[in-house]
Design a protein around this ligand. Structure first.
Ligand SMILES: Nc1ncnc2c1ncn2[C@@H]1O[C@H](COP(=O)(O)OP(=O)(O)O)[C@@H](O)[C@H]1O
Ligand SMILES: [Mg+2]
Length: 482
């Protein structure tokens, strides 16, 4: 059977989590498959995906586009190579899925999930997100399972919930790769199964809009040393130990840290600065040491100190300066003690770069600094696409107009507007099937940008300072255009 090697690229945001991959028509011919059919994708693990035609810009290239969940299922990453071949899929007699996130419980009849599962191709052990049913009708139209098409109406329930959930395919019958049809018996376990040593991407790059350059820089700094430490050794250069991400609240810093951790397949320890202070009252330093100890045991590891300003505000300034000082010292000692292997990388995020102790920014510590900012028009448009991906939008919804009206809105503000519009539609009529333009208009009146021009100017000044002292990582596009 024909087999080809293809380079993995990310999926388009609005297409994520539908279980599809895109490849060139010529490649399809060489593999002997047609759009709507299913291929096996082999990285370090095998999975399956529904094939769609490549976008015009990808034609003639040996690429395969897939979202973060398929990348995880195939155990591969952007820029790596996978083997693909036509899959031998059977219709599933039965399938059992379970929540894949610890502590998550499901109280819903299996039929609730049917809509999101229909037409999906899976292998036992795959992770699934059940969002994004929008274009599957088209995808399936060439497939041998003609009779299930009319089920693929937009799922309104998707708007309010399931798309963020992750499920694992616990069992399939037969045990081969299967496609889920109307005839498939679906069983949903209410309790999460413990997924051992498994990496479940909570956030993928496709969930982030308009931070392409920031993602690229962080990937270079994090993924490369974690995945290929030998390159650094060979060249005799030191991989970064610490990266500071700062910018106004809601601009995707935490999101980006989570996505990088997911995609790099490293272990991830997320430490929320404020929580650390509370959890280990009086023992914060011990807490910090424990975190590094755990990271060393599990390496490669990414530690993210989220909202680090809570932990490390400028020494001597806070009311509890004694504690803060000791915590900062512990953190610095731990970072200085890290070997130059690149197998532990510390990411810190903050909305308050002005409060960060300059000792943290010295070489060998958080010496790469990346700024995020409020999205420009193009980025806002992408973020709206991401957050409305699973919403049933009425025909009159004009996202372009909405984008025009949202200057200075952060990513979080945009997510809020979309959520509010959905809730307004529901409040108006609990049986409502779609969200209309008027709901967005009302939502825009209610949710105003959380960042002012004056605040943006302050961030811009800080960015210039960092760049001047050679610490800031310059991005191609200028930040803070207002
Ligand atoms: N660039 C973005 N693309 C898509 N969603 C975003 C973006 N930035 C923020 N969001 C939304 O806002 C929420 C909060 O963002 P977060 O990363 O926590 O902000 P920060 O850490 O910068 O304060 C995210 O969970 C996401 O829903
Ligand atoms: Mg955050």
């Amino acid at each position: 059977m024909a087999e080809l090697k293809l380079k993995v690229m990310e999926a388009l945001q609005e297409e994520a989590y539908k279980g599809i991959v895109r490849i060139d028509s010529q490649t399809m011919r060489r593999l002997g498959i047609r759009p709507g059919e299913i291929i096996e994708i082999e990285g370090e693990r095998k999975t399956v995906g529904i094939v769609e035609r490549a976008y015009p810009t990808d034609i003639g290239q040996s690429l395969i586009r897939m979202d973060g969940i398929i990348r995880r299922n195939a155990r591969t990453g952007i820029g790596e190579t996978v083997k693909v071949r036509k899959a031998d899929v059977k219709e599933a007699k039965s399938i059992t899925i379970a929540p894949a996130q610890r502590g998550m419980m499901i109280h819903a009849a299996p039929h609730v999930f049917r809509r999101g599962l229909l037409g999906r191709a899976v292998i036992k052990g795959d992770i699934l997100a059940l969002g994004g049913t929008r274009s599957r009708r088209r995808i399936m139209s060439d497939s041998p399972f003609q009779d299930i098409f009319d089920i693929f109406e937009q799922s309104f329930s998707g708007t309010f919930g399931f798309s963020d959930l992750r499920f694992i395919v616990v069992e399939t019958s037969p045990k081969t790769p299967v496609i889920i049809t109307e005839n498939t018996r679906i069983e949903v376990k209410s309790h999460a199964v413990e997924v051992k040593d498994e990496h479940i991407p909570e956030v993928s790059y496709e969930d982030i809009g308009g931070l392409d350059e920031e993602i690229k820089k962080v990937r270079e700094m994090v993924e490369l040393p974690l995945k290929h430490p030998e390159i650094f050794e060979r060249l005799g250069i030191q991989p970064p130990k610490g990266i500071l991400m700062y910018g106004p609240p809601g601009t995707g810093k935490t999101l980006l840290a989570k996505a990088v951790a997911s995609e790099s397949e490293a272990n991830f320890i997320l430490v929320k600065g404020p929580e650390l202070l509370n959890k280990f009252v009086g023992e914060t330093e011990k807490g910090v040491r424990k975190i590094f100890e755990k990271a060393r045991q599990a390496a490669p590891t990414i530690i993210c100190f989220d909202e680090i300003d809570a932990l490390a505000s400028a020494r001597g300034r806070g009311f509890d300066s004694g504690v803060t000082e000791r915590v900062v010292n512990t953190l610095l000692a731990e970072m200085d003690g890290l070997e130059d292997l690149g197998d532990i990388i510390v990411i810190a995020t903050t909305n308050r770069p002005d409060l960060i102790d300059s000792a943290l920014l010295r070489p060998g510590r958080f010496d790469r600094i990346i700024a995020t900012t409020v999205p420009d028009k193009e980025s806002r448009s992408k973020i709206f696409e991401i957050h409305t991906k699973n919403m049933a939008l009425a025909k009159d919804v004009d996202l372009k107009k909405i984008v025009e009206k949202t200057k200075n809105y952060s990513g979080a503000d945009i997510a809020g507007v979309c959520r509010e519009a959905g809730l307004l539609a529901l409040r108006e009529n609990i049986k409502s099937k779609e969200i209309k333009m008027k709901h967005f208009e009302t939502a825009l009146e209610k949710i105003k940008p959380s960042i002012t021009d004056a605040a943006l100017k302050r961030y811009k000044d800080i960015e210039e300072q960092y760049l001047k002292i050679g610490r800031g990582v310059a991005l191609k596009k200028p930040n803070y255009m207002g």
